[in-house]
Ligand binder design. Sequence first.
Ligand SMILES: Cc1cc2nc3c(=O)[nH]c(=O)nc-3n(C[C@H](O)[C@H](O)[C@H](O)COP(=O)(O)OP(=O)(O)OC[C@H]3O[C@@H](n4cnc5c(N)ncnc54)[C@H](O)[C@@H]3O)c2cc1C
Length: 381
Amino acid sequence: MDFEWSPEQRTAQNSVLEAVRAAFGGESAGPGPTGFFTGKDWRTLGDLGLLGLCVPTRYGGRGLGALETAGLVEAFGRGCPDTGLVFAASAHLFACAVPIAEFGTDEVRERLLPGLCSGELVAGNAMTEAGAGSDVSRLAVTAERVAGGYLLNGEKSFVSNGPAADVYVTYATTDPAAGHLGVTGFVVERGTPGVIVGEPFEKLGLLACPAGTVTFENCLVPAEQVLSAEGTGGAVFQHSMGWERACLFAGYLGLMERLIERCVDHARTRRQFGRGIGGFQSVANRIVEMKLRLDGARLLLHRACWQMDQGADSVLSVALSKLAVSEGAVASALDAIQVFGGRGYQREHGIEAFLRDTVPGTIFSGTSDIQRLLIAKELGL
Ligand SMILES: Cc1cc2nc3c(=O)[nH]c(=O)nc-3n(C[C@H](O)[C@H](O)[C@H](O)COP(=O)(O)OP(=O)(O)OC[C@H]3O[C@@H](n4cnc5c(N)ncnc54)[C@H](O)[C@@H]3O)c2cc1C
């Protein structure tokens, strides 16, 4: 057992941290993004290799395993003050590029992956529907086998990156009688006739990442754009969620680290009752708890990624990791608001954004309740 990164891995992480800080102003304490990410932001991420970390090198990615990917995503999350951008890039990579790389046909991989890695293309994962959130075994979106492919019909209700995306990884019912074995995954390009992209809707946080509906109306998708095979969509989706629950949340470790730095700095400089507030045990202990949550969550995340790299069954480790990181991040964001007092509540100091950006982490990629359900099942309950 070895808890240390190699010198090469540290160098790679530091170089991502410095590059992201230089590109996106990691030291700024402003109120956060005022608009959606731009094409320039996206291409910068592509140039830094962050959109293709775990995609094979032959398609323009860096070919890394889960653990090394997580180390670089953490550096990204630590250096980039715009958590919506970190989330957008990670959702693009783990929920879209990964299933295309692992389950797409050669033709689709060769056509789309280089652009997805370079930042020329944006991808969105379209699974959730109005009637299918935590339970995605009964999808109202249907895919009917016709000459030349499948005809998709129905609406996906919450697609991160959706309004900006060029490519969708989506899932539809091909056999209503077969439950989760009747779901099939598809790659659908935005320009395909019958794809209707909704306007971005308003939301609490992750503001740089636009999200909206995607509707399919008699949308003909060639059979070559099926992921894996008909009826395997549930497994394809769960595989991509494994990557997302483990590696996307490494970005939140970086956020938690950044939050601790901000709190330590504030507690050392803010004076009340004639002394620095960090000298009050109640204030110091809040920051101690933040550190405890971060280090505990990071160990769980690294174990989950390590197991993924070993090809071992990682369902339990991944669920524990996702729960610890997402809930730890919300608890630490709340603690940080207390440490900053009234300034923590004012938008201009950039602390309240941590709360708005962490709360959704307890909902997407499977809610906290669903992670607990998975853990209980793994325990034999
Ligand atoms: C920021 C953000 C980004 C997202 N991005 C995407 C995206 O890119 N693509 C996409 O497809 N979707 C996306 N989603 C949607 C997300 O996947 C769903 O919101 C999530 O799966 C929960 O589904 P739901 O909202 O329908 O809630 P529901 O499933 O209706 O759940 C409501 C409540 O009931 C609880 N619950 C449900 N079932 C159980 C159970 N069996 N046991 C215990 N409790 C249960 C849940 O935990 C929750 O508290 C995103 C959501 C957010 C917030």
